[in-house]
Write a protein that binds this ligand. Structure first.
Ligand SMILES: Cc1cc2nc3c(=O)[nH]c(=O)nc-3n(C[C@H](O)[C@H](O)[C@H](O)COP(=O)(O)OP(=O)(O)OC[C@H]3O[C@@H](n4cnc5c(N)ncnc54)[C@H](O)[C@@H]3O)c2cc1C
Length: 420
């Protein structure tokens, strides 16, 4: 561990550990409001290479509320050039024996809204734009390639000991350091987690036929295989597979891997070609017992993690960001302390129901959609047929994916962030 005895001490109002997409977004929101913020991340600054060559080869399907938040943080402009509208969600239940109903059901956003379900953006683009935004905010200090090694409680909040030898203190510490959150463990917040026997294989493809802004989720016994439209004739793939098989597929050479993909895609997009890197993400779910303790809040995957079915994870995390940022900005304007325990309780209260209900739904959906049971296959078939033929049910399902029953945080409703 670094020697911290003679090094500089960084003092902030809020210090955020973890600069994934959630930590970056919170820093952008607080920095836009003029709150003195430190963001610490182990990862190096992203290079300016094209997004296809980036380490994270995933995309995120952002719903409109999330885009509104990024816009308020000054981090949507620039993403638009890479964003692809998601107009139709197609669910395919693979045939199994004699099939009574057609096996695919479309959810078309034009039935309920004048706008698409959301926009699909490469994670690497979002990360680069958030980085660039932080560089323009004088109230934000952004440390990259720096690990938070240790946390110590002091009378004025936590002191963080960093791998570069510096230390940092702030009134409020936010853990945004992902599923294995060191912050969560250091302060003793308990969590429950459960792995699934599945791994998500991710990659990008180019194809000869246009995707027509249709995202297709095909339900195989091991898990869903999802094609998500990207710019031009490109799509990103999230292929949820049995972990043992996923390892085998990830070890194939490009030609063999492309052949496996072709078998899955079944000619739907014409001829296909792989581009960029492949990734493998073991799937698990996690929920922490509390999203706060004295002088500390947890957000995003440090607080909760979902299987990547129905593209909910980051959208849910950005709601944490919007709620916490709004509470802190108002508190700062009122000249009150940012570690007020009542504020932290309110943050927990505001987020818990949304998180638990989305987690239960994603867990249930993942188990329901990923199995080889003939009975559940039949139930899926009947369910999809009901949705196909009964438009109010279809509309209700589409709306519930786009909004929270608890209402929309104002930073996600188009409200601008005022500088205090
Ligand atoms: C295959 C796949 C597809 C997905 N698709 C979607 C989608 O379409 N839509 C959607 O909404 N969500 C999606 N998600 C979910 C989404 O990607 C995650 O919710 C999101 O990336 C998590 O962001 P985060 O910032 O919470 O955590 P992370 O990305 O894990 O970031 C945590 C950061 O903290 C840093 N860190 C950790 N410990 C320390 C330390 N001690 N000191 C300093 N830094 C530290 C790490 O280096 C990392 O940069 C998907 C997930 C997967 C796996």
């Amino acid at each position: 561990m670094a020697d911290h005895t003679s090094q500089k001490q960084i003092v902030s109002q809020v210090q955020i550990v973890g600069g994934g997409l959630a930590g970056l977004s919170l820093a952008a929101a607080l920095g836009t409001a003029g709150i003195k913020t430190l963001l610490i991340d182990m990862e190096p600054e992203p290079s300016n290479t094209p997004f296809e060559e980036a380490k994270d080869n995933r995309t995120t399907a952002l719903i409109q509320n999330s885009i509104n938040l990024l816009n308020a943080c000054g981090a949507w402009s620039g993403c638009e050039d890479y964003a692809t509208a998601l107009t139709v969600m197609r669910i395919v239940n693979l045939p199994r024996g004699a099939q009574k109903y057609p096996n695919s059901t479309d959810f078309d956003s034009r039935e309920i809204e004048n706008s698409p379900f959301g926009f699909n953006v490469p994670n690497a683009v979002l990360r680069r734009i958030l980085f660039d935004r932080l560089a323009t905010l004088s109230s934000v200090t952004h440390l990259t390639s720096t690990k938070m090694d240790k946390m110590e409680q002091t009378p004025d909040g936590y002191q963080l000991l960093l791998s570069n030898g510096e230390s940092a203190t702030a009134t409020l510490t936010v853990g945004a350091d992902g599923k294995n959150s060191a912050c969560r463990k250091a302060v003793g917040i308990k969590s429950m987690s459960w792995p699934y026997p599945q791994t998500a294989i991710t990659c990008y493809i180019e194809h000869s036929k246009p995707h027509q802004n249709v995202s297709t989720e095909t339900h195989y016994p091991a898990g869903p295989f999802t094609l998500v439209p990207m710019m031009g004739k490109r799509s990103s793939i999230v292929w949820v597979e049995d972990t043992r098989l996923a390892k085998k597929y990830l070890a194939l050479d490009d030609a063999e891997f492309a052949q496996e993909l072709k078998n899955k895609i079944n000619g739907r997009l014409g001829t296909i070609k792989l581009f960029g890197k492949r990734g493998g993400f073991p799937i698990s779910a996690m929920l922490s017992d509390s999203f706060y303790t004295k002088d500390l809040a947890l957000i995003a995957e440090a607080a909760h993690a979902l299987p990547p079915i129905a593209a909910q994870g980051l959208n849910l995390s950005l709601r944490d960001v919007a709620v916490l940022a709004e509470l802190l900005i108002d508190q700062n304007k009122a000249g009150k302390p940012l570690n007020d325990i009542e504020l932290l309780k309110e943050y927990d209260r505001a987020r818990r129901f949304d998180v638990v209900s989305r987690l239960a739904a994603a867990d249930g959906l993942n188990r329901f959609a990923s199995n080889d049971s003939a009975i559940l296959h039949k139930v899926r078939d009947i369910g999809l047929s009901a949705v196909r033929n009964f438009s109010p049910l279809r509309h209700l399902m589409m709306k519930s994916g786009m909004t929270s029953p608890l209402g929309t945080p104002s930073l996600m409703s188009g409200k601008e962030i005022e500088r205090s």
